[in-house]
Ligand binder design. Structure first.
Ligand SMILES: [Fe+2]
Ligand SMILES: [Fe+2]
Length: 200
């Protein structure tokens, strides 16, 4: 069976991840994580992608979400994550890259689609694979998010495909960032330009 390996990996890791999350993450965040992994699984099936990898990426995507800015910056430096000016203005965005480090080092994840999905779920990056884009989308459209944001994106996903739905979710996030007067990370600008070129 094609997905047997990823199915086994998910089954093996899930109980360990859940107990680790329960110790390191609040219940509210945990509930979000459950919804993201379910959403990722649901749309992976629809898009004919590996549902087990999608679910696993969902389980791990926010594992560093509740670290303090100081902890995130310290870990990022320690792990030699290349930092941009915006990472210093808003270190919280580092939680995605740090979560990918934890997924790799603590849970032994090696799959580039899983690690990439975790790493890119907040800011996105150019050259995202379909499973990576799926996790970005699952985080944006999990049912706990505001309906007025998620419904148009789900409609776009259904009618126009994954790339356009990702672009739409990205633009919604960007409009919020602009409304709040915050800095835009160059990863997102580069990812958006890449998507536009890809869609054209
Ligand atoms: Fe996140
Ligand atoms: Fe999240």
């Amino acid at each position: 069976m094609p997905n047997q390996k990823s199915k086994n990996q998910l089954q093996k890791l899930k109980p360990r991840i859940i107990s680790w999350l329960k110790e390191n993450i609040t219940q509210k965040r945990f509930n979000h994580i459950v919804r993201v992994s379910k959403t990722a699984k649901k749309y992976a099936k629809k898009l004919k992608l590996d549902q087990y990898k999608a679910e696993l990426a969902g389980w791990l995507h926010d594992c560093a979400k509740e670290m303090t800015n100081q902890q995130l910056l310290r870990l990022a430096r320690k792990k030699r994550i290349k930092l941009d000016e915006v990472d210093f203005i808003n270190p919280h965005v580092l939680h995605a890259r740090v979560s990918a480090v934890i997924a790799k080092e603590k849970f032994g994840i090696r799959d580039p689609d899983i690690l990439g999905g975790i790493r890119c779920h907040t800011l996105a990056e150019p050259n995202m694979s379909k499973p990576v884009m799926l996790l970005y989308l699952a985080d944006a459209i999990e049912p706990g998010r505001d309906k007025k944001w998620i419904q148009p994106v789900i409609k776009t996903l259904k009618n126009e495909g994954l790339e356009k739905a990702v672009l739409q979710a990205m633009d919604q996030k960007l409009s919020e960032v602009i409304k709040k007067g915050r800095a835009i990370h160059p990863f997102t600008i580069n990812a958006r330009n890449w998507l536009i070129e890809k869609i054209m």
